[in-house]
Design a protein around this ligand. Structure first.
Ligand code: 4NP
Length: 156
């Protein structure tokens, strides 16, 4: 799960998907990352932590890190939270970038539309609640899609 700073949107996406995966008893490895380095080592934004906590999810121990070319070896699927993240990622990752592994998170809800999860960084708390709901719905879609494929033998 990749966004610009790895402090607002992608930590929520990591925490929400991790929670669903654990509840479903699946053995998936999930991480999040940034494309810029402004917040490396920081905990998630306090409002991301707050909205997650209101849904029973603790993301306080996550620390921001930047995506690396090796992430394209380590992960089968890489979701970008927005289009500007995708452009930056191609630059950061260079030759290891594999377009077939990458998709917009919201394409799980709105196939092919390449919609952005809006960046709540410069707004108020409402924006974080809106972002939570979008990401939560997208993660539900991921789980129902890929946990079924795992049952029929295609492992993500
Ligand atoms: P995020 O939000 O990409 O959802 O973590 C942002 C946080 C910080 C910055 C940009 C976006 N920044 O440039 O500092």
């Amino acid at each position: 799960m990749v966004c610009l700073g790895n402090i607002c949107r992608s930590p929520l996406a990591e925490g929400i998907l991790q929670d669903k995966v654990e509840k479903a008893g699946l053995d998936w490895k999930i991480e999040s990352a940034s494309t810029n380095r402004y917040h490396t080592g920081d905990a998630p934004h306090h409002l991301s932590q707050k909205v997650a906590r209101l849904h029973g999810i603790d993301i306080s121990k996550q620390r921001a890190r930047t995506i690396t070319p090796e992430d394209f070896d380590r992960y089968n699927k890489i979701y970008v939270l927005a289009g500007d993240v995708l452009s930056d990622m191609k630059y950061v990752v260079g030759k290891k970038f594999k377009p077939e592994k990458v998709d917009f998170l919201l394409n799980e809800l709105f196939p092919g539309e390449n919609r952005d999860v809006p960046d709540p960084y410069y707004g108020g708390e409402d924006g974080f609640h809106d972002v939570y709901k979008l990401i939560d719905d997208a993660c539900d879609a991921i789980l129902s899609k890929y946990s079924k494929e795992e049952v029929i033998g295609y492992k993500l």
